[in-house]
Design a protein around this ligand. Structure first.
Ligand SMILES: N[C@@H](CCC(=O)N[C@@H](CS)C(=O)NCC(=O)O)C(=O)O
Length: 205
């Protein structure tokens, strides 16, 4: 399988960390692609009409996107404990945590548009502030709700890759007032899956 990837994408890293955690990384060939809504990548558009990474290419089968769906697919390919609980309240808890993590990364990208990516004259500070509020509320929610002692699941992977990217991009701090979340992230970042997938590079708009 080939994974259309980006070394500075929280979502692409989430899919690859999941592959490592599920014992599938050796079956995944990583192909780096730059993407931006202002810088069309034809090879990515050919596989995903949204023009975004990650995309998983499977021999003889249709491409899979986005990161949520790639992770769900990977979870069908291994015999270990499921990283996405199959049923019960555990399933809804894990998917909800994943949703908050996805929203955090989405809000972080929106903040970057309104601070560094958009030409200065076109930036709109009320929109930046609104997205920062969402990030702060999500940090507080994770400080309260994240099941830090549970076995690793897709929600953990999504939160760790989102928060790690937020620090990499110097977006609003989450550590100072959130010791529980902060300690959990430090421990998660020591995992092989995270150490094998470092963030690097600049967005090319
Ligand atoms: N919901 C998607 C988000 C993917 C996404 O936004 N990827 C970014 C890279 S961080 C991208 O390719 N952006 C290009 C664009 O927005 O056109 C997922 O979870 O995979």
């Amino acid at each position: 399988m080939k994974l259309l990837y980006q070394t500075h994408s929280p979502y692409a890293r989430k899919a690859l960390v999941f592959a490592h955690e599920a014992g599938l990384a050796s079956q995944v060939e990583v192909m780096h692609h730059e993407t931006s809504p202002t810088n069309r990548n034809e090879q990515v558009f050919a596989e995903n009409p949204l023009g975004k990474v990650p995309v998983l290419l499977r021999p003889g089968l249709s491409p899979i996107f986005d990161s949520d769906v790639i992770c769900a697919y990977f979870d069908t390919l291994h015999d270990g404990p499921k990283l996405i609980p199959v049923n019960g309240e555990a399933r809804w808890h894990v998917l909800r945590v994943q949703a908050v993590a996805q929203g955090l990364a989405d809000a972080g990208i929106a903040v970057r548009w309104e601070t560094v990516r958009r030409p200065e004259a076109l930036r709109y500070s009320p929109l930046r502030d609104g997205y920062v509020e969402k990030m702060i509320a999500s940090y507080d929610w994770l400080e309260r709700e994240l099941d830090v002692d549970a076995a690793v699941h897709v929600g953990h992977i999504a939160v760790a890759t989102a928060l790690s990217w937020i620090e990499f991009r110097e977006l609003p701090d989450f550590r100072e007032k959130r010791p529980r979340l902060s300690a959990w992230l430090d421990a998660f970042e020591a995992r092989l899956s995270m150490r094998a997938t470092p963030l690097s590079g600049e967005t090319q708009d």
